[in-house]
Each structure stands twice: as C-alpha cells, then as structure tokens.
Design a binder for this molecule. Structure first.
Ligand SMILES: Nc1nc2c(ncn2[C@@H]2O[C@H](COP(=O)(O)OP(=O)(O)OP(=O)(O)O)[C@@H](O)[C@H]2O)c(=O)[nH]1
Ligand SMILES: [Mg+2]
Length: 309
C-alpha cells in the first residue's frame, strides 16, 4: 500500500462522517450561502475536532467568498480544502539529522499513547533508507516495557540496549548512545516511560535524560518527538505545552489516527501548538506510519466527500 493509500485508510472513520454531513448540507444541488448554511457548516467542521478557531476561520473564508450566492458543493469544498491547507502550513522538515555523526532521537509522551510502537515504525523507516539503528529501552519503569521493545528489535533486526527494571533511565540512554557511537550506527532512538504531564518528578527525569544525551553527542538529541494519541483528541494540546516545558519537543507523532473519527484534531494541534506534526500513525504495524504533509492530508480527509471536489 502506498503512503497516500495508508493515509486514506487511516482517515476513513473521519471521512465517512464528513461524507454524510456534506450530503445533509447539500440536499439540493446548489445552496444559498446564508447564516443558516454557515452555522451548519461550522457544526460539521467542529465534529471533526479541528477546534473552534480553525472552524471559524474556514467559515469566515466561505462566508466572505460566497455569501448571498447559490453555490454548488464542489466549489465550497475546494475553498474549504484550500483554507485548511493554509492553516496547516509548516516547515517541511521530517527529521533533522545530525550534520555529522549519529542522529539521536528521544521519544516521550503520556502512558499508552503509542511511543514504543511509533519507535518501531520510525526504525523501520530509517532502515528502509539504509540507515543502521540502535534502540535504547530507557523505559525501565513499566514491567514488560523492555521486552515489548525487544520483540520489535528482533522483528526489525535492530540492535537494542536494555536496562534492568528500576535502573536510572538516563544511564540506559547513555549506554544506548555509547553503543551507537561504538558501532557507528546512524540513528539512536531512545524510548522513555509513559508519564503524565502533571507528574513533576517524572518530568524532571525526562530533563535528565535530555541532558545526558546532549553531553555525549553535539546537539543531541537532534529530535525530541512527542507522541500524542489522536483518539484522546484535544487533550494533546495541554500535554504538548507541559512536555515542551520539560524538554524542548521538536516534533509531534500523532498516533492512532486510524482509531478516531475526529481526525481533524491534527488541525487543532497545528493551530494551537507551536510544534510541527511530523508523522501520523495509522495502524499497529511497522509500516503504518505516514509522513505528515498538509496537502495530501487534507486531500485524504476529503476523499470522495462531495462530487469531484
Ligand atoms: N490502531 C493503532 N494502534 C496503535 C497505533 N500506535 C500504537 N497503537 C497501539 O496502542 C497501544 C499502546 O502502544 P504503545 O506503543 O505500547 O504505547 P506506549 O506509549 O509505548 O505505552 P507505555 O510505554 O505504556 O506508556 C498498543 O496496543 C499499540 O499497538 C496506531 O497508530 N494505530
Ligand atoms: Mg512504551
């Protein structure tokens, strides 16, 4: 399956609802754009979880362009998509690789959001580019966390550096980077334990891992990826604010997009958090990761919604 197909598959639940709503909105071929129409349009957009700000911006755009005119569905959809693409604009920069030497990536997020699975997906992606990957199992907190990452490492045939349960995660992270340097691997990805953004001591521990990495390799970690669970919707916005206070997050991986009918949450996150969304997770397999790009994302979101829009 190509990347775009995967994205469409992942957004299926959201797209299905949009399709029904748009059909309700356009029971007749053309519709007069008035306050009633704009209110209905607003309600439809809000249902995708894109947030009030974005929904209002789209409605304003449609109102300005078409008010008091009778318009057809495709004309409106084209305008909505265009506006959403503008709202989602961000610098195109999937992964910031180290200028020389290994690239170190730290992955964090709340419990169960999809960190470990996303790490496996990223490792798979790097391997496909011919890069050698070392995984650091620095989640020494949850029983079973190390074995979960070990299973992935075995499946993907990547090296893994583990620590015993309960040891200082920063020391495991340190060993993982040391092994990366020793074996001249290209990328080191460090898994961390899930934690609530309100757990001060655990957030400080994250800061310690961050600093340890920085002492070993210049400019490391080159990426701090925050994994957010798309099924928990706009909760992610407050998580992002707290995590980035503790460690400067450089990108978001939005996991489990396939598990929600509110895929518009990407738009809310983009609007309200100053961190780019770099990847979206669309399933549980190693291949189920898609690079996030506004254009293809919006097109997939509106796949077969309306006529030929
Ligand atoms: N459908 C779907 N499931 C996912 C995706 N990403 C992760 N999952 C599932 O979500 C569950 C939790 O994923 P993990 O990767 O273990 O999450 P984690 O953040 O490492 O969890 P902790 O280490 O316990 O904090 C697992 O059952 C995964 O298979 C995704 O993109 N789509
Ligand atoms: Mg985990």
């Amino acid at each position: 399956m190509g990347l775009l197909e995967k994205l469409k598959q992942g957004l299926k639940k959201t797209t299905q609802i949009l399709r029904t709503d748009v059909r309700d909105l356009f029971k007749t071929k053309g519709r007069l754009v008035d306050d009633a129409f704009l209110d209905e349009l607003f309600a439809m957009l809000i249902k995708t979880d894109m947030g009030v700000q974005a929904a209002q911006a789209v409605v304003d755009e449609v109102g300005t362009a078409f008010r008091a005119r009778v318009v057809e569905i495709d004309e409106i959809l084209a305008r909505i998509k265009e506006k959403l693409k503008v709202l989602l604009q961000q610098p195109v920069d999937p992964i910031r690789y180290a200028a020389s030497g290994p690239t170190v990536i730290m992955v964090c997020g709340v419990n169960g959001c999809g960190k470990t699975t996303s790490i496996a997906k990223l490792a798979h992606l790097f391997q496909a580019e011919g890069k050698k990957v070392v995984l650091g199992a620095a989640d020494t907190f949850r029983a079973g966390a190390v074995s979960q990452l070990s299973i992935w490492a075995e499946r993907l045939r990547t090296e893994i550096v583990k620590g015993q349960q309960g040891v200082d995660p920063a020391s495991v992270a340190h060993q993982a980077v040391a092994r990366t340097l020793e074996t001249r691997a290209d990328v080191c990805i460090v898994d961390t334990a899930g934690r609530l953004q309100t757990q001060q001591n655990l957030m400080q521990q994250l800061g310690k891992i961050y600093r340890v990495l920085g002492k070993q390799v210049p400019e490391a970690p080159h990426e701090v990826l925050l994994v957010l669970d798309a099924t928990t919707g706009q909760n992610g916005i407050s998580q992002a604010k707290h995590f980035t206070d503790a460690v400067k997050c450089t990108g978001i991986v939005l996991a489990k997009l396939d598990g929600t009918a509110k895929g518009g949450v990407v738009i809310a996150i983009r609007q309200q958090v100053g961190i780019p969304v770099k990847f979206v997770g669309v399933g549980e397999k190693a291949e189920d990761l898609s690079l996030f790009e506004p254009g293809p994302f919006v097109d997939a979101l509106f796949e077969d919604v309306g006529g030929n829009a």
